[in-house]
Design a protein around this ligand. Structure first.
Ligand code: GLU
Length: 512
């Protein structure tokens, strides 16, 4: 039996990698993979690297690599090495490493663990249509055009004639391959059921399998943490490590559970974002001719810390009932042992809950910086002092960053809509003159700040025998249109005397 070694120990420096293919915007599942790798690296004082796996030229999307780097930076999951980050193990982009793969493909041929196959796509199609569930393996390869069936001189002749070929992994039947996964435990594969994977193509490019293993080896990767969909390939990867004679330094494997759709059935797909009206990508992307634009968590108004916290708990649990984790707390608490085997439901409501909590805990000065472009886009005032006040007044009342200028629009422009239900109850014929009197009192008030206003309005209510419940709701509606706005005197101070008085008069005229 051949096994994948499990050297998950703390006594050596760990090196982990995030190895996305630049085939479009980075899905949130990929971001979670990057995050878990990052957390482990930081916790163990190890290295986290970014490798771009772009060997499949047919799926390459321009701009996707930049998108990945931009998104990692936005989230603060910054690689120590990799494309865009330097390092001693480069190049880190697979298309820049072509010669290396060729050399290793030939090495595997020499060692007898790979062979040339010359079957044309048409010939393989013919096999597929005549043999049910055809796979290229130990049994079918016997009747096909490959160097296992050709003599050496025949093979040489075919190669010399420039016949297109691929190099395939030679999988011997009759062996049990054990992958000791750090999350899933022992997973057994029967070699007889595996296909002879293509490792290298005659266009000079390796396939994912070859490039991935060669790079993990050459880059000194100690732990491969990746999505569950790669678990079946791991059997082939173990054979590759063995074929190269690298079993002793084979990385440990950890396959992360799927991320499920909000209703809990099926894998969350890139298309589910549009379908359920929620972001499934980290940052906005304008797309390309062939790839649609996407809205990310950033454009939807999330703070990166909230996204990190949400993603960390999507498949990992801390072992207690804590939910709010700073990045440093995550680094401290994270462990592969506490990653669940079963799929994790992508609960968008929960993501928003995290965002709400993080907004509430964020300094007004920082929030003001986030509000600034949103206010500018609406042509609102953008002076920092005022935006900090907006942050203070609204932070308990918003979920997403745009809510500051959408829900809280009345801090920037006149009321567009009044809560007519409350008005019809509170604006009695008798209240008109009383409200006008209050307006007059406030117009003469100096200084026009919340404290002074509160004291003066209290005194005025006592003097006139007016109950708070009869007048304060009207003040609030005059300023915000709604009963849900911030504390009434804080709002008046933020709006300033002129604007406040104008709004009070507007309500009087409206009801006159
Ligand atoms: N390039 C693969 C991907 O796009 C990497 C899988 C792995 O981490 O081995 O997911």
């Amino acid at each position: 039996m051949i096994t994948s070694s499990n050297h998950y120990i703390n006594t050596f420096v760990i090196r982990v990698r995030f190895a996305p293919s630049p085939t479009g915007a980075l899905h949130i599942g990929g971001v979670r993979t990057a995050l878990y790798n990052y957390l482990l690296a930081r916790q163990k004082g190890g290295t986290f690297l970014l490798r771009i796996e772009d060997t499949d030229q047919t799926r390459y999307v321009p701009g996707a690599e930049d998108y990945i780097i931009r998104s990692l930076r936005w989230l603060g999951i910054v690689p120590d090495e990799g494309v865009g980050f330097g390092g001693d193990y480069g190049p880190y982009r697979q298309s820049d490493r072509k010669e290396i793969y060729q050399e290793y493909a030939l090495k595997l041929l020499e060692r007898g663990h790979a062979y040339y196959a010359f079957d044309t796509p048409e010939e393989l199609d013919a096999q597929r249509s005549s043999v049910e569930n055809f796979i290229y393996n130990h049994s079918t390869r016997q009747g096909l055009k490959n160097s296992l069936n050709f003599s050496e001189s025949e093979t040489r002749a075919w190669l010399d004639q420039g016949k297109p070929y691929v190099i395939r992994l030679k999988v011997e039947p009759g062996r049990s391959i054990l992958v000791s996964d750090l999350i899933r435990g022992d997973v057994h594969f029967q070699s007889g059921e595996l296909d002879d994977k293509v490792l290298f193509k005659s266009d000079g490019m390796p396939t994912y399998h070859l490039a991935n293993i060669v790079d993990d080896h050459l880059m000194g990767i100690t732990h491969v943490i990746r999505g569950e969909e790669w678990l079946p390939s791991t059997a082939h990867h173990v054979l590759l490590y063995e074929g190269f004679g690298w079993k002793d330094t084979m990385p440990a494997f950890a396959h992360l559970p799927l991320i499920l759709r909000p209703e809990g059935h099926g894998k969350l797909s890139k298309r589910d974002g549009a379908k359920f009206g929620m972001p499934v990508f980290p940052t906005d992307w304008q797309g390309t001719d062939t790839v649609e634009a996407v809205q990310g968590f950033d454009g939807a108004g999330f703070l990166p810390e909230a996204v990190i916290n949400f993603l960390a708990l999507l498949g990992w649990h801390p072992g207690d009932d804590r939910e709010i984790f700073s990045i440093n707390e995550l680094i401290e608490s994270f462990s592969i042992e506490n990653i669940a085997k079963s799929g994790a439901r992508f609960d968008y409501e929960k993501a928003k809950w995290f965002n709400q909590k993080y907004i509430q805990a964020t300094d007004n000065a920082v929030l003001a910086k986030h509000i600034q472009p949103l206010a500018a886009a609406k042509g609102y005032r953008t002076d920092d002092n005022f935006l900090q006040t907006v942050a203070a007044l609204m932070k308990e009342r918003v979920t997403l960053l745009p809510d500051f200028v959408e829900t809280g629009y009345y801090l920037f422009e006149p009321v567009k809509e009044y809560d007519t239900e409350t008005l019809s109850k509170k604006w009695t014929p008798a209240i008109g003159p009383i409200f006008a009197d209050l307006t007059q009192m406030l117009e003469n008030l100096e200084p026009f700040d919340a404290l002074n206003m509160e004291a003066s309005v209290k005194a005025w209510m006592q003097e006139k025998g007016v109950k708070p419940g009869d007048i304060l709701p009207l003040l609030r509606i005059a300023m915000a249109g709604t009963m849900k706005g911030p504390a009434v005197f804080d709002m008046a101070e933020a709006l300033g005397k002129t604007e406040t008085i104008e709004r009070l008069k507007r309500l009087i005229n409206r009801n006159a």
